[in-house]
Design a protein around this ligand. Structure first.
Ligand SMILES: NC(=O)c1ccc[n+]([C@@H]2O[C@H](COP(=O)([O-])OP(=O)(O)OC[C@H]3O[C@@H](n4cnc5c(N)ncnc54)[C@H](O)[C@@H]3O)[C@@H](O)[C@H]2O)c1
Ligand SMILES: O=C(O)CC[C@@H](O)C(=O)O
Length: 318
């Protein structure tokens, strides 16, 4: 009997290269027919009898993993933020969970810099004002000479530092594991979390969503920031207390924000939408042709490794 593999990732994040790798193994592919994340009910149906799964942004709950057991052997996240997968349940059922480190870091870093420039020069605001027939020149600020604070200096944080260094920014960072290569290559100075918040002109978040980071950007930290400073979040919505950010933006405690990720996606009736000093993108950091192919291929290779009896290369189940 053919081994079944569920492709959970939505249509536009699927790469033909990844599908070819799986097809070449003779697997039967069960494919998410939608251009959206599968719901829990859909997953509960589709996971039955499946041995491997490529996961996109859908939430893989304990119930879904239990419904896939004991056939399910591996869930390969096409991406790096595995807070969407119940890893404890996977461990309990002997299911490997893998990620694709580095595959989308350049794309996310490009977007973080794009957002930084968008808020520094008010690019979206000018675009919408011209469309209304106006001709208003916003005065912005240069990135050169400004202090960039990076929270979470891993693969994406490192790529952001590389780009910001090219722009002549001074880079400070907070990470639980400082890396010498970033000090040597981009002159990064590691500081405490509170020092980064008080010294930065721009803060870019790149830490994973976990107990220790949930709500790390709250009113206490926002009040430590300069009134002229900006915050950019391309990591996870859980890192920011959105009500506090709204208040800080509305009351001029900070100058602006750019958000690719939200506590609830898509955001529903968020007061942030009323504000002019915020720029939004739709969790699109990893949505480039290059990252989709890179991460898709890495995820497919993990499925093949595990289903052919080898060890996964990038397992997150300890
Ligand atoms: N917007 C998007 O589409 C998108 C795409 C990819 C990743 N992401 C998010 O970005 C995050 C980072 O991705 P990455 O590839 O750089 O991962 P990574 O593992 O390479 O880097 C994460 C860094 O955060 C550090 N860290 C861990 N705990 C911390 C803490 N309590 N405080 C500060 N730093 C801490 C780690 O030491 C590591 O250096 C992912 O977890 C994911 O949630 C978002
Ligand atoms: O939800 C997605 O498809 C993007 C995944 C991305 O956020 C990641 O963590 O790598």
């Amino acid at each position: 009997m053919k081994k079944k593999v569920l492709i959970g990732s939505r249509e536009r994040s699927r790469s033909p290269e990844a599908m070819e790798i799986l097809n070449a193994q003779g697997y039967e592919l069960i494919v998410n027919p939608h251009d959206r994340a599968l719901t829990e009910n859909e997953l509960l149906e589709m996971i039955k009898g499946v041995e491997g799964m490529i996961a996109g942004s859908e939430i893989v709950t304990a119930a879904v993993i239990a419904a896939g057991a004991p056939t399910l052997k591996v869930i390969a996240k096409q991406g790096v933020g595995y807070n969407t997968i119940n890893v404890d349940a996977a461990k309990e059922h002997g299911v490997a969970v893998t990620i694709t480190p580095g595959a989308n870091s350049k794309s996310v870093a490009d977007l973080a810099l794009g957002l930084m420039m968008a808020i520094a020069r008010q690019i979206p605001q000018m675009d919408s004002s011209i469309r209304k027939g106006e001709w208003y020149r916003h005065t912005g600020v240069e990135l050169r000479g400004k202090v960039l604070g990076i929270i979470g200096m891993g693969n994406i944080g490192g790529e952001v530092a590389k780009r910001a260094y090219g722009f002549g920014m001074k880079i400070i960072a907070y990470d639980v594991y400082p890396r010498q290569e970033f000090i040597d290559n981009y002159g990064v100075t590691y500081l405490s979390l509170d020092e980064v918040f008080s010294e930065a002109d721009f803060i870019s978040l790149h830490a994973p969503a976990m107990l220790e980071t949930a709500g790390m950007v709250n009113m206490d930290r926002l009040r430590k920031m300069k009134k002229t400073s900006y915050i950019i979040n391309t990591a996870r919505g859980e890192l920011i207390v959105e009500d506090d950010l709204y208040k800080a933006l509305k009351e001029g405690i900070i100058a602006g924000a750019a958000l690719d990720v939200f506590a609830q996606e898509p955001p529903q009736n968020s007061p942030l939408m009323e504000l002019k000093n915020v720029v939004f993108t739709s969790h699109a950091g990893a949505y480039t042709n290059e990252a989709i192919v890179g991460a898709g291929v890495m995820a497919a290779e993990e499925i093949v490794r595990v289903l052919s009896g080898s060890e996964a290369k990038y397992s997150v189940v300890k």
